[in-house]
Design a protein around this ligand. Sequence first.
Ligand code: SF4
Length: 334
Amino acid sequence: MQGDAIVEAKDLKAYYITKAYGVERTVKAVDDISVSIKAGEVYGLAGESGCGKSTLLKVLLGDFQPPLTVVEGSVAYDFEGQTKDATKLSEQDKRDIRWNKVSYIPQGSMHVLNPVRRIQDTFHDFITTHKGTSKSQSYDMTRKYLRDLGLPEKVMRSYPHQLSGGMRQRVTIALATILWPKLIFADEPTTALDVVVQRGVIQLLKDIQQKEGSTVVLITHDLGVHANLADRIGVLYAGKLVEEAPTRTILKSPKHPYTQFLINSLPTFEERSAREGIPGRPPALDHPPSGCRFHPRCPMAIAKCSSIEPKMLELSPGHRAACHLLEEPNHAAA
Ligand code: SF4
């Protein structure tokens, strides 16, 4: 593992393998991805729906079951010098690690709150399971944590239906992080929220990350959210990591044509009309295109793109991308 990494995937291949009526189907959702996430950073995973972001997150989290199968590679955690392979966690390991060290904010998490329990009792149920606290200890811990995060104390006695969607989402994030995990995985935490509420959720995640120096792995298709929160961004296309760089670098100077499309399709403040999206559709991952998987949609494709897979190239320290154009100075992507 790299010295400052807290979680690192090496040559990771995670496929959905199903068999029906004697026919095996393999969906290559994560196909040969290596990524190293540093302690204390916010790492954003970007890409269209179906690009493998959520699958990669499940494997990094060590929470997957058939038909999702790790067919090759490894995912290593480093918690204060203790390493563990996340793809081979025992049930006991999972109990020891989950929520204390590794936490997960799933998609649509605002709906996980128990509708017939007051928020303070949901927190107590959760905290006492892991810490064996009394009710008053759990309540004290919850009150302090909500106060630290700037959430109103009155939510403690509320039922979920008495809170707005945005507040429910913030309460759920507080619940998932109250045990101060070192590593937080968040899957589309701002989806379905309006812009103002999104800002509150982004700020809350920032506060949590900064107060405890936690590492956050953030999935969202919304590059605007990454721009606000992530230190580095990895862009996935059809199960492959195609570009990775510090956020500022990737937004200002994307090198992979797919990343350029993603960024160019972002609306700007001055524009009133919608911008053009990326032409075509992402490929089916049971029969991904040969060569560069983006070639059927790439207007800059050259002859070898359809047959030879581009290698990941280090373009500058911390900036890497996989595109044939970047191998040839004359053709370098703009
Ligand atoms: Fe486009 Fe070829 Fe680069 Fe793939 S390798 S992004 S097809 S130019």
